[in-house]
Design a protein around this ligand. Structure first.
Ligand SMILES: [Zn+2]
Ligand SMILES: [Zn+2]
Ligand SMILES: [Zn+2]
Length: 787
């Protein structure tokens, strides 16, 4: 645009347009952006929020209206996401100017709450500028950044409905808030030293406290002295220690009773991240997104991060500061890297409340850096990784919630309760599924309470009253039992969805595949339609149903759940199924069991007492890891499998894969192909005896598994004519396996689909459950056989 004044308006050229913008357009500075645009183009009319987006009416010369509509899409604010723009013709009104109207004027309440966003570059500059009135103010923010979801009690997203309600803005802040041309126009958490939240520090040992900058300085000193500091953040408290201090990290592990699980590390900026990790362009981009997820990246050798942070792992979970208080800690040159791990006890939900923190974390933290801006929604940090060249969400939480994920068609109001581990539920209505934040394992009442609390909040937020409740097929899951009870109390209908069908359907829905595909669910464990424990499944899947084309051969899982925590049990189960005698000295020494353990387990297997059968690929990984790495017991699910991937990290792929064997398989009779790992075990043990390196064995194993599933896909194509493969399940977090599978399938001419916006693991399950239920409930819309 030139600054020239426009020639006098020619009335016959003037027109009026009604514009409806859908997407992430509320609470992200979209209205002031539209206002500015309209002023610059000399247009009249108004803009306001409505139920699902933004309503605009503009009037003026045709060329200016066109320019406005172009710029609307090209120059949209950084945190916004436009899904659609609908434009309609309207009669001229000749308003006197351009206005931002209140939500109520449009007769509807706006329901959008944006996700929390990292401190923007403008705010960061102010934070570190001694001349600025917000110099070193730990809670500055603007329309382009700051907390949103985590400080909101209910809709509409306006200050009185947030935990900022108790802070009255000073005149300077109020002026910014009221000025449509200011970066802080309607920035709900707007605050400054004068009027906003305060920070203070309390030490556990003495009740001494300090506040403001002094508190930040003291926290820094404690961290540099190797102390553990609980720091209140955006979605909850973190426990923090100096990540370069091995003793401090060990102390944190001991006090938190968390031994094996890797801890996330926060570093100052991208440059600092490059010093601790070898980053690809995609990983750097992921680190810098406003959601600021923890990114799992390759750790740089000799980078100075203590070994205890991620013992035995080639990767490091690294992320950048996203709150001003965190930036202040890193403003001190002494601070290189801080462990920032969710403040909780083992698998309990993250702590958010000041009193709760002192009560629950008193035995862990040496000091508490707290503030008086209440966190209303618990929300862990999100975790992401670049898998096979594209970002993949491992844990979808802060920065992503409550953004909706699109569905391929309209869904009636639904609640899908997810699974058991890494629980996430989803609400759906229309074209979107809204997943909750990561809620952790639903194993006890504390977990269930967090589930209820989040459900209440999201139901209010989106004004969704579910008509149908969707749950996993597993009758024993706490989520299933809760769903049945909740639906019964409300007279709602129920739909049960098989675990691996939900996994595959989620991948299909993300890619709008509404026909039939070859679906691979390579997973830990899920309840099968035959009552056995599935997890290495090739399905011929539609969104509304599936048939089982192939699966890993069933093997005993001695002790059931215990076999997940103790991979040596799985190793014995697998070896037994492959014809090795567990009683033999050699087998025993491979698995590292005593004579007695071997005898007891063999007897259990032979009698079938507490020995469910499983076709899980995750458990095959565990069993191989137990034998190759001697990992008898794990601290968290899939630890052994992750270590196995880790040891192969530098090994090339051009090793001969171990063989898999196929049996059965009559598609006309719907009898599945059974893939046996027996030859794989024989070759693997031969390698072990010959002293082949663990890295090479792990690499051969990965190649063998990928080859096996590619072969099955070819069999499935021959039987059905299908050529599209959807990959899902927790094993797809394994980058080597994901890449090998995709490459192998593409070499055979398949079109391959992988998860992007939803986790392939159980964190994505509820999205798949929504897709299945919505498809079942809207049968006529789908052509069952098209693909
Ligand atoms: Zn900002
Ligand atoms: Zn103020
Ligand atoms: Zn699963």
């Amino acid at each position: 645009m030139t600054g020239k004044t426009h020639p006098k308006r020619e009335p016959h050229n003037a027109l009026r347009r009604g514009v409806v913008v859908r997407g992430v357009v509320q609470g992200v500075g979209f209205r002031p952006f539209v206002y500015r645009l309209a002023l610059e183009e000399g247009l009249t009319g108004f803009v306001g929020n409505d139920t699902d987006g933004l309503t605009i009416e503009i009037e003026g010369p045709e060329k200016r209206v066109e320019a406005f509509l172009d710029r609307l899409q090209c120059e949209a604010p950084p945190l916004s996401r436009i899904d659609s723009v609908a434009v309609r013709e309207m009669a001229l009104v000749a308003d006197s100017g351009f206005r931002i109207v209140a939500s109520e004027v449009l007769g509807r309440v706006s329901t959008g709450i944006p996700a929390d966003a990292a401190t923007c570059p403008d705010c960061l500059r102010e934070l570190l500028d001694p001349e600025d009135r917000r110099y070193r103010y730990p809670f500055l923010n603007c329309t382009n950044c700051g907390p949103r979801f985590t400080i909101t009690r209910r809709i509409p997203y306006d200050r009185p409905q947030t935990s900022m309600a108790k802070f009255t803005m000073c005149p300077a802040c109020q002026r910014e808030y009221d000025d449509p041309l200011n970066r802080r126009f309607h920035a709900q958490p707007n605050a400054c030293w004068e009027c906003g939240p305060r920070v203070w520090l309390v030490q556990t040992a003495d009740s001494e406290s300090s506040s403001g900058d002094e508190a930040v300085e003291q926290a820094l000193q404690l961290l540099m002295d190797g102390k553990i500091v609980a720091i209140k953040g955006i979605g909850g408290f973190h426990l923090s220690v100096d990540a370069t201090n091995q003793a401090a990290v060990m102390r944190l592990r001991e006090r938190k009773r968390r031994y094996g699980k890797p801890l996330a590390v926060m570093v100052r900026d991208l440059e600092a991240a490059r010093q601790v990790c070898v980053l690809t362009t995609e990983e750097e981009a992921l680190l810098m997104t406003p959601a600021r997820p923890i990114v799992l990246a390759r750790r740089r050798d000799g980078c100075g991060i203590a070994d205890a942070v991620a013992p035995g792992m080639p990767w490091l979970g690294v992320y950048l500061p996203y709150a001003p208080l965190q930036h202040l800690l890193f403003a001190d040159a002494r601070v290189r890297a801080l462990v920032m791990t969710s403040a909780n006890l083992s698998e309990e939900p993250i702590t958010i409340d000041n009193d709760e923190a002192r009560a629950r974390l008193g035995g862990i933290a040496d000091a508490f850096l707290m503030h008086d801006r209440e966190i209303l929604q618990r929300c862990d940090d999100s975790v992401a990784a670049v898998v096979d060249g594209a970002p993949q969400l491992v844990r979808r939480a802060r920065g992503f919630v409550p953004m909706g994920v699109a569905l391929p068609f309209d869904a009636p109001p639904l609640l899908a309760v997810g699974g058991h581990l890494k629980n996430v539920f989803a609400l759906a209505r229309g074209r979107f599924a809204y997943q909750s934040q990561h809620l952790g394992d639903l194993e006890n009442l504390i977990g269930l309470e967090f589930f209820r609390e989040s459900l209440d909040h999201l139901m209010r937020t989106f004004e969704i009253e579910p008509q149908t409740v969707v749950h996993d097929l597993h009758p024993g899951y706490l989520s299933t039992q809760w769903a049945k009870k909740w639906a019964r109390e409300r007279g709602l209908s129920l739909i049960a969805v098989q675990h691996h069908h939900a996994h595959v359907a989620g991948c299909m829905a993300e890619h709008e595949l509404t026909g039939k595909v070859i679906g691979m669910a390579l997973d830990g464990t899920g309840y099968g339609s035959d009552g056995k424990i599935w997890g290495g499944e090739v399905l011929i899947a539609r969104l509304d149903g599936f048939e089982r084309f192939a699966h890993l051969e069933y093997v005993p899982m001695p002790g059931g759940e215990a076999a997940i925590k103790e991979p040596w049990r799985m190793a014995l189960g697998h070896l037994h199924a492959s014809g090795f005698d567990a009683g033999l000295n050699e087998t025993r020494s491979l698995v590292g069991t005593t004579e007695n353990e071997a005898r007891v387990l063999t007897r259990m297997i032979e009698r079938g007492v507490n020995v469910p059968l499983t076709s899980s690929l995750g458990r095959l990984f565990d069993a191989v890891a137990a034998v190759v790495l001697g990992r008898r017991v794990v601290d968290y699910e899939a630890q052994a499998a992750i270590e196995l991937e880790g040891i192969a990290v530098d090994e090339l792929d051009d090793v001969p894969g171990y063989e898999m064997e196929f049996a059965g398989g009559d598609w006309d009779a719907r009898e599945p192909v059974r893939m046996s790992a027996a030859p794989l075990w024989r070759e693997l043990l031969t390698d072990l005896r010959a002293g082949t390196s663990k890295a090479r064995i792990a690499a051969r194993f990965h190649v063998g598994v990928a080859n096996g599933f590619v072969k099955v896909a070819v069999l499935a194509r021959t039987a059905t004519g299908l050529n599209q493969v959807a990959l899902s399940g927790g094993c797809m977090h394994n980058r080597r396996l994901a890449r090998l599978l995709r490459e192998g399938l593409e070499e055979e001419g398949f079109k391959v689909y992988q998860h992007r916006n939803v986790s392939p693991g159980d964190g994505g399950l509820s999205y798949g459950q929504v897709a299945v239920a919505a498809a079942m409930l809207s049968q006529p819309q789908l052509s069952g056989d098209a693909h």
